[in-house]
Design a protein around this ligand. Structure first.
Ligand code: TXA
Ligand code: MG
Length: 342
């Protein structure tokens, strides 16, 4: 069967997508962060299809998506005041919370953990689909495991084709944020940031006061390490070529890259730096002083570099906080933390 392409603005879309989900099928859904590969979170054979389609390791739990913040209590228990405050402030929006899970959520969804990652996305069509289905929707980022996340419907179709590997895709255009949600673990005494995203550490600290940052956010984690977010130990966001971050002034970085100019070498940089790399393969991903634009453009740029098949990619990476912190985290992971001072 062919993959159905549904439009977000078509009033029939929520009903069609909800029906497919309740039949145990996979539906790719747009969210404000990235596209998700959705299945009924309460149906173990449906969520099994997510792991199979993505090539996702079985020990990597899924995020469940709810239509309304009030639904939090249906799937989580022992909810601390801090989680209520975060939900009130940031939901619907790009924030995922890890909380103690109720028994009604199947083990396959949580990979057997006693917690579940939960979020209420912002995108209206996706909330309408979830509301109509009447079940939480488990959805990892829709990319094939190990490739950059998908921020357009075209990216999803690039990864899965249209021959029915997924039952349907809902095309909601480009994702607003462009990076996966911020994940905060709230099941222990001190809230812990597991993955930075569109909600910044500064915004979280305003609500929480104290926030620890998990070591997986900052550096490379060994493959056999015990980590809080199991997904953090796998190679992520990695293009096929070698990504190397050039740290230093724009001029020094350009001089370094230009000295290594070749048809198999490319540069990933800010719009304003592109003219410095005359004659080189250049892909830009946003403006240096506008981290939101960098977040929005990063994954599409990494995919473009992948498709072109460059062997080496020299990348310029923001250093500051805010959303730039999340951009830095994804790009450093793509680079396997290889950073050159130039
Ligand atoms: O923005 C997003 O969060 C997107 C959209 C589709 O909502 N989803 C997403 O899912 O990024 P995924 O599966 O690609 O990343 C989820 C991360 C993984 O690293 C996983 O290990 C972690 O969340 N995770 C899931 N459940 C967890 C839990 N109970 N405790 C700790 N980490 C968990
Ligand atoms: Mg992912």
């Amino acid at each position: 069967m062919k993959t159905l392409c549904l439009q977000a603005e078509d009033p029939k879309t929520p009903e069609i997508a909800a029906k497919l989900l309740l039949e145990g099928r996979l539906v790719a859904i747009p969210t404000e962060t990235v596209y998700g590969l959705g299945a009924n979170a309460l149906d173990e054979s449906a969520t099994a299809k997510i792991f199979e389609a993505k090539g996702r390791p079985q020990d990597n739990p899924l995020i469940i998506h709810i239509a309304d913040p009030e639904d939090l209590d249906r799937w989580c228990r022992d909810i601390p005041e801090a989680a209520r405050k975060l939900a009130a402030r940031f939901w619907p929006g790009p924030l995922t919370m890890v909380l103690p899970v109720r028994d009604c959520v199947p083990k396959r969804t949580t990979a057997g953990l006693n917690t579940v990652a939960i979020r209420c996305p912002e995108t209206p069509v996706t909330r309408a689909i979830i509301r109509m289905a009447g079940v939480p929707v488990a959805a990892p980022s829709a990319n094939l495991s190990g490739t950059p996340s998908t921020t357009t419907a075209q990216h999803v179709l690039h990864d899965y084709g249209t021959d029915g590997k997924i039952a349907a895709i809902v095309d909601g255009g480009e994702c607003r944020v462009g990076l996966e949600s911020t994940i905060v673990d709230l099941h222990e005494d001190v809230p812990r940031l597991l993955r930075p995203g569109g909600i910044t550490p500064e915004q979280l600290r305003e609500v929480l006061g104290e926030l620890q940052v998990d070591k997986a956010v900052i550096g490379q984690i060994a493959g056999d390490a015990v980590v809080r977010a199991p997904g953090m130990k796998y190679i992520h966001y990695a293009p096929k070529g070698d990504v190397i971050i050039l740290r230093g002034t724009a001029e020094a970085a350009a001089a370094y890259a230009l000295a290594r100019k070749s048809s198999s070498v490319a540069v990933l940089c800010y719009e304003e730096e592109a003219p410095l790399y005359g004659g080189m393969n250049v892909v830009t991903y946003g403006h240096e002083n506008d981290p939101e634009s960098l977040a929005h453009g990063l994954f599409a740029a990494l995919r473009e570099l992948d498709d072109a098949g460059y062997a080496t990619i020299y990348a310029r990476c923001p250093e500051e906080g805010g959303v730039g912190y999340a951009v830095q985290n994804r790009l450093k992971k793509a680079a396997g933390f290889r950073i050159l001072e130039v």
